[in-house]
Design a protein around this ligand. Structure first.
Ligand code: SAM
Length: 235
């Protein structure tokens, strides 16, 4: 499979659209929120992540009737009982992965494809799994239309990971399992990072950062209380 490097300035993505000012406002809210949550997650969001958030056209990932609130700093429904995550959480999770442009990333929970696009701007390759087939198909079509050539989307239960393309430098899970799926830990490269919400879905979950050291030791850090849809599937 041949990948092409994406560019945030690519006009095909709509970066120069009429929503530029709204995206800037959204980025300002992300920065403000990262100060407010500093007690939990004392990491500023980097300029690199903020510039990607200021460029990716979130309005393209939102159902038509809701485009007017595409740049509010809040999650929104995308159909099939699922949501597109809050922009601050997208930025924070991306930041926690500390991606390099050579990295390959696994995402579990493609949803609308918005977080996938953000990751594709930061890394070399993104492999994204979505358990709801129509969401996977819609996201794959849209990401292709927007010109992303470094993303592969597949329908399936992501709790088993995607062994064919492992190991991954970064893994992001955007739905909450009760406990961390072991196959995802196994598919993380030494030196790699995984960010995911963990906990029962009827309660607030904990956003967790997993770091695998070069000798294979797994370290865990609690970042922030969050609320995600549950990771479903058979495992
Ligand atoms: N990151 C997405 C976005 O930007 O739109 C939002 C993801 S939404 C909060 C969580 C997604 O995870 C849903 O689309 C849901 O169908 C999916 N999901 C839940 N369990 C899954 C599983 N076992 N494997 C893959 N996807 C799963």
């Amino acid at each position: 499979m041949e990948f092409l490097k994406p560019r945030v300035t690519d006009k095909k993505r709509g970066c120069d659209d009429r929503y530029v000012a709204e995206r800037r406002r959204m980025v300002a809210e992300i920065v403000a929120m990262s100060h407010e949550t500093g007690g939990y997650a004392p990491r500023p969001i980097s300029e690199k992540v903020l510039s990607v958030m200021a460029a990716v056209p979130r309005h393209r990932f939102i159902p038509e009737g809701m485009v007017y609130c595409a740049y509010y700093n809040r999650p929104l429904p995308i159909g099939h009982g699922q949501t597109i995550s809050q922009p601050y959480i997208v930025a924070l999770m991306t930041e926690l992965l500390a991606l390099d442009e050579q990295d390959n990333v696994l995402e579990i929970g493609t949803g609308s494809g918005y977080q996938t696009a953000v990751l594709a701007e930061m890394a070399d390759r993104v492999y994204s799994m979505e358990i709801i087939a129509p969401l996977a198909a819609h996201a794959a079509d849209l990401l292709g239309e927007l010109g992303y050539a470094n993303i592969r989307v597949k329908t399936g239960d992501g709790s088993a990971g995607w062994p064919e393309y492992a190991p991954f430098d970064g893994i992001i899970v955007t739905a909450a399992p009760n406990r961390i799926p072991q196959p995802l830990i196994d598919q993380l490269k030494p030196g790699g990072r995984m960010v995911l919400p963990v906990g029962s879905w009827s309660y607030i979950q904990q956003l967790i950062l997993i770091t695998k050291t070069m000798d294979g030791t797994v370290q865990q850090e609690n970042i922030l209380p969050v609320s995600f849809v549950p990771l479903t599937g058979g495992r």
